[in-house]
Write a protein that binds this ligand. Structure first.
Ligand SMILES: Nc1ncnc2c1ncn2[C@@H]1O[C@H](COP(=O)(O)OP(=O)(O)O)[C@@H](O)[C@H]1O
Ligand SMILES: [Mg+2]
Length: 241
């Protein structure tokens, strides 16, 4: 059974999903992965999306992020309907408002830490010099200042994840979406990463969504949405916003 989304004050909702269905393939090969997902994510909070492997978490956040198109249903972000947005407008909207952190860091091996983190700004038209100045500021904050000129293969997994985090935060997005951000990290580095993300979500206008099944970090959640077989089974608000 699909639960109704928790009713937040509409002004406090950053992402709203209604009736999201996602099918892959056609005919005999058709699989329905999302079976009508209704969920709202609040501003100023870190919301966890949890559930067993294969239940559709990555598919749902990919639809939210506009990386996949839903078969049916609606997604609105910051009051704007994403589902009908196309082409350059969608690309621009995503670039302005969203940041992603993936389990695999997806760093560019030929670029230094500072250059990797600067990529998000360079693609937005910043000069490399000014983008690197900005990314260095963030790398300093992440305790990565000494590593700014190193290449990914000279850095540990935790350090690489911090570069990926810097890359996804450097353009100051309103919404940060993370898919299993701590899965490749040891407990302590995973906690450091969560402390940082909580800091991002402590601004009342920002939201962080974390897909995870890492129960070592559950204490960082303000809200927990539990998915099962392509549906939201439960939505718990642990701290009121
Ligand atoms: N492109 C695709 N084509 C067909 N099936 C897919 C595709 N992407 C994901 N799936 C299937 O959708 C289901 C949910 O996948 P996913 O969203 O990655 O789950 P989770 O992130 O919760 O582990 C899985 O059964 C997966 O095999
Ligand atoms: Mg996944």
């Amino acid at each position: 059974m699909n639960t109704n989304p928790v009713q937040f004050d509409p002004a406090r909702v950053s992402i709203s999903c209604r009736g999201i269905v996602k099918e892959f393939g056609e005919g005999q090969a058709k699989v329905t992965v999302l079976h009508g997902v209704d969920i709202d994510f609040p501003k100023g909070a870190t919301s966890f999306l949890v559930g067993p492997s294969g239940c559709g978490k990555t598919t749902l956040i990919s639809v939210i992020a506009g990386l996949l198109t839903a078969t049916s249903g609606r997604v609105s972000i910051l009051g704007e309907e994403l589902t009908t947005m196309r082409g350059a407008k969608l690309v621009e909207f995503r670039a302005k408002h969203l940041g992603f952190i993936f389990q695999q860091f997806n760093l560019i091996p030929a670029l230094t830490a500072a250059e990797n983190a600067a990529v998000s700004l360079v693609v937005r038209g910043w000069t490399l010099a000014s983008a690197k100045r900005e990314s260095n500021r963030l790398l300093d904050r992440l305790g990565m200042g000494a590593n700014r000129n190193k290449y990914p293969n000279q850095l540990s997994g935790g350090q690489q994840q911090r570069i990926a985090i810097a890359r996804s935060l450097v353009h100051d997005p309103d919404i940060v979406i993370c898919d299993e951000p701590t899965a490749s990290l040891d407990a302590e580095t995973g906690r450091d990463v969560m402390v940082l993300l909580k800091e991002v979500a402590s601004s009342s206008e920002r939201s962080v969504i974390v897909v995870t099944h890492d129960n070592r970090i559950f204490s960082f959640a303000d809200c927990i949405a539990t998915m099962s077989d392509g549906k939201i089974e439960r939505f718990e608000v642990l701290t009121r916003n």
